[in-house]
Design a protein around this ligand. Sequence first.
Ligand code: GLC
Length: 421
Amino acid sequence: MSDLDAQARDILRGNDKGGYTVPTHGLYPYQWNWDSVFAAWGFAVDDLPRAWAEIETLLAGQWDNGMVPHILFHQVDPSYFPGPDVWQGTGPVPSSGISQPPIAATFVRQIAALDAANGAAKMRALFPALLKWHRWFYQWRSEDGAIVVTHPWETGRDNSPDWDPPFAAIDPVGIDTYQRRDTGHVNQDERPRKYEYDRYLYLVKLGADSGWDERYLRQVTPFRVADPTMSFTLLRANRDLLAMAAELGEPTDEIATWIAAQEAGAQTLWNPDIAAYDTCDLRSGAFGGGVSSAAFLCWYAGIHDDRMLGHLERIMSAETYGIASYDPDHAAYEPKRYWRGPVWAMMNMLIAMGLHEAGHTAHADAIRANTARMITENGFAEYFDPRDGAPAGGRSFTWTAAVWLGWASPTTGRDRWAASI
Ligand code: GLC
């Protein structure tokens, strides 16, 4: 067993709060939605019951309307802002009021394939909640099959330059004075600016004041952006949900309708000016205007669109490490600032999974080797500077450790990869 495998296991264990895992202590002391699914994938390497528990705890936070929140505040921790008092979530567990990329169905299916003893029973038990969650997206967040977000945090790409144009149209009036906590944990050059934070909080207040009324928010919010992260992860997740439904003898028609709509919707995100998938601001009709790493999730979504390969090769060769979260050739690129340039290991894994399935195995293998080297040289950071791999943001990070164990590690990762469906 390599030293790094042992370190990754220690990180998962150290961040385990019993039934759920925090992304890292201090900076992110709660349960985050897609972080937990990656954690489950890491636990699945040698502890399947613990992997299932992670997903069960996440889905236990589901709201009556089907939404599964992006943060579950199981135990109040003052080291994080904005906490449950600001969000005023309305679900069974104190929570935020927005969701996050729905990768759970995909990984439930992957983990079930590893679990000969209990996989089928777990799928059956989790299927209704997953179906209900996906239906929520379709009911409230589908615009001609493209999936819409009402807050940047919903995409998991908090301060991407994609949000600059819609944010320029927001005047964050009426927010209370606030004290950020993130910059107490991490260098402020690696975090979003105050300009963005004001707007994040404006949108949280708008949602909280409405009691998270999706019908009302659809009318009034200034932030309604069709997004490739959501569109591609949900399309992929619906394909996995459909396969699960077929296996379980559940109806498949509704899910098949979603998939057809989303396949068409994905094409509305194609920005001909940059020849890439992009965000689209539904309030102004304008595209984001740059290539983010989310655009490379097209293969993961089962869209075999090789028009994106040229961008991938260009961006991978622009810096020592890839995949930069935003195009290094774009004026908004900032290699240390969170989602404006840094490399995120979990995005690399999702993108490489898609490339592998689409038959682009050389590209997939190159991304995996590049990620493994980056982690080997720089540890289990939250994200990395593409120029030299310098670690940035939080350390001892759950998803980086999980992605190492489940995918990037030459010892534990390879078999999982081969076993994937
Ligand atoms: C940041 C990331 C988001 C992640 C969360 C916890 O908000 O942008 O993707 O889920 O941190 O790690």
